[in-house]
Design a protein. Structure first.
Length: 382
């Protein structure tokens, strides 16, 4: 009995000493600068972050579209490898080809700026830079910050957080169809769509029972837990949700084009004023298209594009009128704010020789767009 009693007393003393040491360590960490990684954290199950839909830095993507894709979703697109490579900031290469540029032009937009299915050296953001070099004699770098599926508000996030620090001289934005679709289906840029929202939710730590003790410890001795966690078991954040459009976009509803264009205009104005506040010249660009007059006899490419990507349409003519109204909003906003406009919608003919579906450039279309852009940039600024 004495041995057991002595053991229990010793155990109690050891536990008391351990508690004192842990409490002392926790208290001592209050005086350690936060920059060394010790911080107070009451972690919940979720964390939120701004959605920054750039490609990862130093990445490489190769796509060779399958035959059925080429036949049903494109018209005349060559069967070949299409490659996207990104630089240290996640911008699409080539672009920043000079170590000491005299002019830098940034491009913001969705898939029509990204130009995945165009050879790398023929994408208009890069080519426009080469042509501005010709007209100015200056060394010109370009930034392609386009990404498929994003809206002008996503581009604003990208602009503020990644483009502004590079100190470009000019920034060009082209948005239409993605803003149109999101503002129609979700009724606001601020929505809870798993792939198109402005904020994204991350799971900070699973809520399974085996983690409850760890979370209790985090509440009791948060600095010690974070000290140990950061050194022995870092947990990467994993994005919750997918980028699929989901069935929520498959129900036809009236297109409230007055509301949609009003909100689009506000987004464009936010971009313009933000650029000017950082001494960057903003330019707005309309989006060309080749929507047919009616869907009767329209190509499978057009119908497939509508069915998969954009709208559940019950009145096609209203839809196309809305697309035109979005471009008109770009022109009107540019005029009201005294911003140069690059009117690709007026300059690019609606031809399958230039676009492989209703809105996306093929190589000849991208080359023509670069020519139009360079002419306006040189005419307005140089």
């Amino acid at each position: 009995m004495n041995a057991i009693a002595n053991f229990l007393v010793g155990l109690a003393v050891a536990l008391a000493i351990a508690l004192v040491l842990v409490a002392g360590f926790e208290a001592a960490l209050r005086f350690v600068p936060a920059g060394q990684g010790y911080f107070l954290a009451d972690e919940g199950g979720e964390q939120r972050a701004i959605r920054l839909p750039l490609f990862p830095p130093h990445s490489r993507y190769v796509s060779k579209p399958a035959r059925d894709y080429l036949e049903t979703r494109t018209e005349g697109l060559p069967a070949r490898d299409y490659v996207i490579e990104t630089d240290a900031d996640g911008f699409i290469m080539p672009g920043r080809i000079h170590a000491d540029p005299q002019i830098t032009i940034a491009f913001l937009g969705g898939s029509t700026t990204e130009n995945f299915l165009v050879p790398a050296d023929a994408r208009f953001p890069h080519l426009a830079g080469r042509q501005v070099e010709t007209c100015t004699g200056a060394r010109v770098n370009t930034i392609n910050a386009g990404r498929s599926g994003i809206t002008s508000m996503h581009s604003l996030n990208i602009f503020v957080n990644t483009v502004v620090p590079t100190k470009p001289d000019i920034v060009v934005m082209m948005h239409n169809i993605n803003d149109y679709a999101v503002l129609h289906h979700e009724a606001s840029y601020w929505n809870d769509h798993p792939g198109r929202s402005l904020l994204t939710t991350f799971e900070a730590r699973p809520a399974e029972p085996e983690h409850r003790l760890a979370r209790l410890a985090n509440l009791a001795i948060p600095r010690t837990v974070n000290f140990l966690h950061a050194r022995f078991r870092p947990t990467p954040l994993t994005e919750a949700g997918s980028n699929s459009l989901t069935s929520r976009w498959k129900t036809p509803r009236p297109i409230e084009i007055t509301r949609i264009t009003a909100e689009f205009a506000r987004s464009l104005e936010t971009f313009v004023q933000t650029a000017r506040s950082w001494d960057i010249e903003p330019m707005l660009m309309t989006m060309p298209d080749r929507w047919p007059e009616t869907l009767d006899g329209a190509s499978s490419t057009t119908q497939d594009f509508i069915d998969r990507k954009v709208f559940a349409i019950d009145d096609y003519s209203v839809f196309t009128s809305g697309f035109d109204a979005m471009n008109l909003t770009i022109r009107q906003t540019a005029a009201e704010l005294n911003v140069p406009v690059i009117d690709l919608a007026a300059k690019i003919p609606p031809s399958p020789d230039l676009m492989f579906d209703p809105i996306h450039f093929n190589e000849p279309g991208s080359r023509l767009a670069a020519k139009v852009i360079a002419e306006v940039v040189c005419g307005k600024f140089y």
